[in-house]
Design a protein around this ligand. Sequence first.
Ligand SMILES: *[C@@H]1O[C@H](CO)[C@@H](O)[C@H](O)[C@H]1NC(C)=O
Ligand SMILES: *[C@@H]1O[C@H](CO)[C@@H](O)[C@H](O)[C@H]1NC(C)=O
Ligand SMILES: *[C@@H]1O[C@H](CO)[C@@H](O)[C@H](O)[C@H]1NC(C)=O
Ligand SMILES: *[C@@H]1O[C@H](CO)[C@@H](O)[C@H](O)[C@H]1NC(C)=O
Ligand SMILES: *[C@@H]1O[C@H](CO)[C@@H](O)[C@H](O)[C@H]1NC(C)=O
Ligand SMILES: *[C@@H]1O[C@H](CO)[C@@H](O)[C@H](O)[C@H]1NC(C)=O
Ligand SMILES: *[C@@H]1O[C@H](CO)[C@@H](O)[C@H](O)[C@H]1NC(C)=O
Length: 812
Amino acid sequence: MDTKKRPCSSLSISLLLFFLLSSLSIQHCAATDNISSGQSLSGNQTIASKEGNFELGFFTPGNSRNYYVGIWYKKIPVQTVIWVANRATPISNTSSAEFKISEDGNLVLLNGSKIPVWSSNSIPSTSDSTVAVLHDTGNLVIRDGSNTTIWQSFDHPTDIVMPEGWIGFNKLTGECQSATAWETPENPAPGPFTLSLSPDRSKQYVLLWNNYEIYWRSGVWNGQYFPALPATNENTPFNLTFIDNEQRMYGTYTILYSSFITHTMIGSTGLLTQRYWLDSTQEWQSISSQPVPQCDVHSLCRTFGICDQKSSDNICKCTPGFEPASMKEWELNVWSSGCVRKTSLRCSKKSSDGGEGDGFLGMTNMRLPANPQNLTVGSAENCEQACLNDCSCNAYAYVSGCSIWTADLWNLVQLYDDDSGAGTLYLRLAASDFPGSGSSHKLVIDLTLGVIGGILGILCVLVGLFWAFQRSKRIRMAKQVEGSLILFPYGDLQRATKNFSEMLGSGGFGSVFRGTLVDSTDVAVKKLDGLRQGEKQFRTEVSTLAAIQHVNLVRLRGFCSEGCKRLLVYEFMSGGSLDYHLFRNNSAVLCWKMRYQIILGIARGLAYLHEKCRECIIHCDIKPDNILLDRDFCAKVADFGMAKLVGRDFSRVLTTMRGTVGYLAPEWISGLPITSKVDVYSFGMMLFELVSGKRNTTHSVDGSNIFYPSWAARKIIEGDIFSLLDHRLNGADDTEELTSVCRVACWCIQDSEGHRPTMGQLVRILEGVLEVSMPPLPRALQLLTEDQSQIRYHLSSTEYEDALDQSLNFYQ
Ligand SMILES: *[C@@H]1O[C@H](CO)[C@@H](O)[C@H](O)[C@H]1NC(C)=O
Ligand SMILES: *[C@@H]1O[C@H](CO)[C@@H](O)[C@H](O)[C@H]1NC(C)=O
Ligand SMILES: *[C@@H]1O[C@H](CO)[C@@H](O)[C@H](O)[C@H]1NC(C)=O
Ligand SMILES: *[C@@H]1O[C@H](CO)[C@@H](O)[C@H](O)[C@H]1NC(C)=O
Ligand SMILES: *[C@@H]1O[C@H](CO)[C@@H](O)[C@H](O)[C@H]1NC(C)=O
Ligand SMILES: *[C@@H]1O[C@H](CO)[C@@H](O)[C@H](O)[C@H]1NC(C)=O
Ligand SMILES: *[C@@H]1O[C@H](CO)[C@@H](O)[C@H](O)[C@H]1NC(C)=O
């Protein structure tokens, strides 16, 4: 007890010794969630929220020597600070500092000399009962004696927007809530990148550089999501809302699984990411990251840095003649210090000591920096001379006229042939900084460069020829080694996809891009994120997938495995995915005949996976998003084998990808080992969607939301199948087909897997070979109330992971 009391009593310098002393030691040594007037935190004292989700106290980021007051996740082993009080005014000694409620009701941080270095600047209140409470959402709230909130940390976010937090604008006070990135991962001071509402007050978010330059827009809120944010479409684990009333305009989100730990963060490299905590790897993973491409982040590489999206190792480099201001930071991919000249400019053309003056290095295909000074000079030579005559001029360009830049150069981006807006920037360098040349006369350089260029050109052609020869040899060899699969070099896929510029979709494992191979066949390239599997195992798994070929399965054409990069190359399906055709308002309605053919195709593909392959393959993720259509609307099942390929991380799909939850069989949810009958269950759920043309979760009857399958099962048993049919179809032309699909759907979602038919049986039923009898009502559905949220709340992401672990062990 004695040792416990000591740190607490040392800070009580108050006169009301006894009373305070005893209350303090209880308040601070026992876990508490609040700081009330007269109490303070110092040293290693903290408060924790009621359920222990968050903790508040002093911390130092990384290897920094500075101390800050912040809030962090208490249950996560990796220090993750979600809010910082004194982000720009660190203190050096916590034992003499105090974080407390001041006499005027403000939350303040006093340094060793009792000087306030940070204050909440809230409305003054003199009440003794003012108290700051740390909530389990991560919000620190100050309430006055009448229990009115007078300040809260969610109104002043740092770089993270928590679920239930907000970013917006208070129309009455004019106060804005925006999130500003840390300067570096070890320095919480405000950096140049900010997430806020659009300055024109439209309902969209923007990313800003230095609070004025917009480098990304979310698109205007359409009532359900922001067009440019893929993770906020329907059926994500997030419930995003945007509120615009008389007082405030803001966006906020909640999460649908209580144990799913996630937040939105604007990182110190200007990227907006949605991160979530993955227990199995003990790491933060990102679900989506904006902007794409990363070089769209304004001035990502800071002064005199060049952003090169296609660079294979480092996206940022210094312009020639410059070097990182802090090599140590650059090695950690922290570019905030920018680049500095190796040799300062001489300024005059010919210096007095007879040495050579400055020259210009032409950098082709550059995106020219903004805000030049435009000069009215007649020629490129005059433009160069004008720059040379101005000691502060760093570069010039002569495109439609003469532009010079007299300040530091920002936002330089290397462009490529197919980009528009490229120009040649002439960078002024000291003579000694010209690459690869002791001599520095511009003419000489130009000549040398010309000659070198010529030689290089010839060499390139030769090397290119040799390389092409080698590559074709390699592909041929790869073909032999990997069976029917092509092993692609990463560079080829980069070229084929125009540097991954056309995204077809994205999910938990990564994103899919459209590409065109050299032989002009179209492909879909799937870039797998964060796969922890070794190269050998990856190749083994991929080659087993290659052996699986069926007209109703999307064919794997090849893969790439270089360093930590793992990519899969599939045939391209020009018809897009089934969910698009079923659920998007702007697509043509699929007629019943087509739907039936699609159903039959999927069933055949799955039957092949389950029964005909050498090893039984359970798909594990059957849903309309994973059914692709070719040009003739023939259905092909995509993404099979992912569970094996991805192993443990497969659970990420289920915890983060939209829509998956509603397709999961009950035995899976309860953690039992799974069999191929889980696919049958998901298939059944999908049949309801094919019949109704709507997602199962978006139906309502008499204005209240229903979980469609449970309602539909009852209708089927009552024999009222036509009420189930997509009203856009004006009745099915084949009642028999509709009846059998509806009955089949109901059989597929039976609770006991023994009652569900096999895929082979389903194919025969759909082909009309087998009869299907009237199904019983699935019991689990009966028990479920009409709201799908109930299913969601029964599950936590850990439960998914446990269930998956068991099931994967079972069939691997
Ligand atoms: C502050 O914390 C103490 C100890 O946990 C608790 O008894 C008290 O009710 C809390 N006060 C408020 C206003 O939450
Ligand atoms: C807090 O600091 C005191 C002395 O500075 C030390 O004795 C105590 O162990 C520390 N407590 C924790 C939990 O680190
Ligand atoms: C911090 O302040 C305390 C109390 O004023 C003092 O004893 C201690 O030496 C200081 N620590 C450092 C590292 O300056
Ligand atoms: C406290 O802050 C003031 C003002 O910034 C500064 O002059 C003083 O040195 C600081 N004291 C300590 C102990 O850091
Ligand atoms: C203070 O208000 C909050 C919400 O406004 C409420 O949850 C809490 O119970 C109130 N506390 C007291 C002591 O009235
Ligand atoms: C999402 O949030 C809105 C507003 O807070 C609420 O009305 C709606 O029921 C929520 N949806 C779900 C699925 O929780
Ligand atoms: C300078 O010229 C560029 C391109 O020619 C133009 O976009 C820019 O507006 C001009 N700037 C000024 C200040 O006139």
